[in-house]
Design a protein around this ligand. Structure first.
Ligand code: GN1
Ligand code: MG
Length: 364
C-alpha cells in the first residue's frame, strides 16, 4: 500500500479505494481525489493541511465541524433536498470521532467528493450574483452559531499586521530583493495608502465596526456550482473565523472582478470589471443587506480596494522573504502577483464614485 492509501485507510469511509490522484490548484494545502471502486460508494477528497500556515489544525477542524454541522442543521430545518451537495461532509477516523489524522508529523483529512459539481476560475455576472447571494447567506446562516470560533490564522486579514510584516521583511531583506527599483516604486504606492487602508482596524478599536463569522477566503474557486450555474456550497473552510464582513465582500471581488488571473503578467490587461461588481454586490446585499449596519454598507467600496491592497502587500512580503509562503513558478512570480494586485487597486480607485452610487441604489 502506498503512503496515501495508508492514510485513507485510517478514516471511516465506505467503499474500496481504487485510485488516488492530485486535485485542484490550491496554493496552500495538497489535495487529492480518492476514487472508490463501488458504484454506490461516494468518492472522496483527501487533503493534507499545511501545518505551517495553520499552526493549530485541531482548532481548524473544530471550527469546520461547528460550521458544517450548523449549516447542515439550517438546511434540514428549511427542508432542503440534496444536502450532501450543499454542505461539506468530513469523515471521522475509524477509531475516534476526530476529523483528522496525524501521520509522521503531517495532518490529513477526508471529505465527501461532491459529484457533478464544478469550480470556476472566472465568473460571469450571473454566477457572480449567485455567489454574492451565497456568501451573504453563508454569513447569515452562521450569525447564530452557538460556539465561539477560533482565529485559525492570527491577524489573518489585519491590515496593520500585514504592513508590519512587510516592514520586517524589508529590514531583514532575506532574499536580497529590497533594493530593486521595482520594489521601491511599489513601496511608495503602498505607503501612500497605508493609513486609509488600516481604517477597519481603527473602526474596530473604536467599537463601531463588529466582527461576524466570515469565510475569509471567498475566492471564486472556493465555491462549487452545479451544471446549471447554481451555487451548491462554499468550500475551503479553514479560514472561517470572526472578522469584518469586508473580508468576504472584498476578497471575492479581488479575484472575481479582475479581468485576468491574479498572476497575469500583462499589467495593461488587469482591471476591475464593473459588471461583475454590480452583479455580486446586488446578490450580496440581497441576502446580507438586512443584517448589515450602515457603516458596513458605506465601506463596501473601501472593502473592494482593501483586498487587492492587502494581497499586494502579502505577495510583496513573500517576494522579499524569498518565496516561502506561496508556491512560485519562476523567480519573480510573487512580484508579478503583487504588481497585478496593485494595478487592480488603481482600477478600483478610478471607479470609486460609481461604486458608491450603485451601492446606495441597491439599499433604497
Ligand atoms: C491563499 O489557499 P488559497 O489558494 O485558496 C491564501 C489567501 C490568498 C490566496 C492568494 C490561508 O488562498 O489568503 O488570498 O492564497 N490563503 C491563506 O492566491 O493564506
Ligand atoms: Mg482554494
Amino acid at each position: 500500500m502506498n503512503e496515501l492509501q495508508n492514510i485513507v485507510s485510517l478514516f471511516a469511509i465506505t467503499g474500496t479505494v481504487q485510485e488516488i490522484k492530485p486535485l485542484g490548484e490550491g496554493l496552500i494545502n495538497d489535495t487529492y481525489r480518492v476514487i472508490t471502486a463501488e458504484e454506490d460508494a461516494p468518492n472522496y477528497v483527501l487533503q493534507r493541511v499545511n501545518h505551517n500556515v495553520f499552526p493549530d489544525v485541531d482548532m481548524v477542524m473544530r471550527n469546520i465541524d461547528a460550521v458544517t454541522s450548523h449549516i447542515r442543521q439550517k438546511l434540514e430545518e428549511k427542508g432542503e433536498t440534496d444536502i450532501d451537495r450543499k454542505v461539506l461532509k468530513f469523515i471521522p477516523l475509524k477509531d475516534s470521532n476526530k476529523l483528522y489524522a496525524l501521520v509522521d508529523g503531517k495532518y490529513w483529512r477526508i471529505m465527501v467528493f461532491i459529484p457533478n459539481a464544478i469550480t470556476k476560475q472566472a465568473v460571469n455576472p450571473e454566477s457572480s450574483r449567485a455567489a454574492g447571494r451565497a456568501f451573504g447567506n453563508f454569513q447569515a446562516m452562521l450569525a447564530d452559531i452557538p460556539v465561539e470560533l477560533g482565529e485559525t490564522i492570527k491577524d489573518f486579514h489585519n491590515m496593520e499586521f500585514r504592513l508590519q510584516q512587510l516592514r520586517e521583511a524589508l529590514k531583514e531583506n532575506r532574499a536580497g530583493r529590497a533594493d530593486e527599483p521595482q520594489v521601491q516604486a511599489m513601496l511608495k504606492e503602498i505607503d501612500a495608502r497605508a493609513e486609509e487602508m488600516c481604517k477597519a482596524e481603527q473602526m474596530g478599536r473604536e467599537g463601531t465596526l463588529p466582527k461576524r463569522v466570515c469565510h475569509c477566503d471567498t475566492k471564486v474557486n472556493n465555491m462549487m456550482f452545479d451544471q446549471q450555474d447554481n451555487v451548491l456550497c462554499v468550500i475551503d473552510l479553514d479560514t472561517v473565523m470572526p472578522n469584518f464582513i469586508f473580508s468576504d465582500y472584498g476578497d471575492f471581488l479581488r479575484t472575481g472582478a479582475n479581468f485576468v488571473a491574479e498572476d497575469y503578467e500583462d499589467m495593461n490587461a488587469v482591471g476591475f470589471n464593473m459588471d461583475i461588481f454590480r452583479a455580486f454586490t446586488e446578490g450580496y446585499l440581497e441576502s446580507a443587506g438586512s443584517f448589515l449596519l450602515p457603516i458596513e454598507v458605506e465601506n463596501l467600496p473601501y472593502a473592494a480596494a482593501l483586498f487587492p491592497y492587502m494581497q499586494c502587500v502579502r505577495f510583496l512580503w513573500d517576494y522579499l522573504n524569498g518565496d516561502q509562503y506561496w508556491k512560485v513558478k519562476y523567480p519573480t512570480h510573487n512580484f508579478t502577483r503583487a504588481n497585478n494586485q496593485l494595478h487592480l487597486l488603481l482600477s478600483i480607485e478610478s471607479h470609486y464614485p460609481e461604486m458608491k452610487e450603485f451601492i446606495d441604489g441597491c439599499m433604497k
